[in-house]
Design a protein around this ligand. Structure first.
Ligand SMILES: [Zn+2]
Length: 306
């Protein structure tokens, strides 16, 4: 992670409350098990599909490789199948310009930018994502069908559970913690981490990694004096002693009522991932090649509401 700084900006800045809300939602979707591994992710690859990031008070720039873009787009951009629940980040819409992609939620401040992604690359990624979905013909891409206002179902979920849309105080406690974690995601680029999974249990964020570094290593990086966040842990790591050492709780000063539960799993998901990743990578490249030159009109016919 130290390589990410140039020395002139020693501290990774906090996001503003609105920006932290957006980043919380983004990490919860990208970090959820398997969401960003379909392109053939391997241990040591980009954590959560993100190659690099530059954090600002009111914005976050992220780098996403072409092969990972369909996963990232698929995890974040909201979709809906009649009779089901809207998936993805409710209210999120993409603006694609010559500079890249800007992701914002309707009516809320905060932005995640993916610089360097051209229009054609964005549409290719969308087409390649749809190809992996066997049910895509019934799926409405809400970011296409409702560009300026939310679908009623999407709006209903956003106002109940979307950080920033809901006024429920319980949704304000966790985002500063998740945002700080996303801004330090490179801790999880590690050749012996077989998988990372992240989910929410009210005020607790459960973060589990399989194999790889012990708690001490992860905690030292998260609380690093220069690049880390201020915080404290509930217990000392006993991984090295061979004792049972599974979960350690970490609290950050920026989010005193939230808890990050660091779970180290030593059962090795590596074999499963290794087995499929080469094949998955080849498939993803083939899909992207197939959709070279496709544009928005392809998606309209592929996902027309019925
Ligand atoms: Zn430990």
């Amino acid at each position: 992670m130290r390589r990410l700084t140039d020395g002139s900006r020693p501290v990774i800045p906090h996001g503003s409350p609105a920006q932290a809300n957006l980043e919380h939602e983004v990490l919860m979707l990208l970090g959820h098990r398997g969401e960003t591994t379909a392109h053939g992710w391997k241990p040591g690859d980009d954590p959560f599909g993100i190659s690099w990031l530059t954090p600002y008070l009111d914005a976050l720039d992220i780098g996403v490789k072409q092969t990972a873009l369909p996963d990232v787009l698929g995890a974040l951009m909201p979709t809906y199948r009649p009779g089901g629940e809207p998936h993805g980040l409710w209210g999120l819409r993409a603006e694609v310009s010559a500079d890249g992609v800007q992701l914002r939620r309707l009516g809320l401040p905060g932005v995640v930018r993916i610089p360097g992604i051209r229009r054609a690359q964005w549409w290719r990624a969308a087409a390649a994502y749809l190809e992996t979905r066997c049910d895509s013909h019934e799926m409405q891409l809400l970011w296409r069908t409702h560009p300026h206002r939310m679908h009623p179902e999407e709006e209903s979920f956003a106002h109940k559970y979307g950080a920033g849309y809901t006024t429920d105080a319980r949704f304000r406690e966790v985002p500063p913690l998740t945002s700080a974690l996303l801004r330090r995601h490179m801790i999880f680029r590690h050749p012996s981490i077989a998988a990372v999974d992240l989910w929410r249990n009210w005020e607790r964020i459960e973060l589990e990694w399989a194999d790889g570094p012990d708690h001490t290593t992860v905690i030292e990086a998260l609380l690093d004096a220069e690049l880390g966040a201020s915080g404290a842990v509930s217990a000392r790591c006993r991984c090295a002693s061979g004792d049972d050492c599974f979960a350690i709780e970490l609290t950050m000063q920026a989010a005193p009522n939230a808890v990050l539960r660091l779970r180290r799993c030593r059962y090795g998901w590596a074999e499963v991932r290794e087995q499929f990743s080469d094949e998955a990578r080849a498939k993803r490249y083939a899909a992207l090649r197939r959709y070279t030159g496709c544009g928005p009109e392809f998606l309209v016919t592929a996902t027309a509401p019925r």
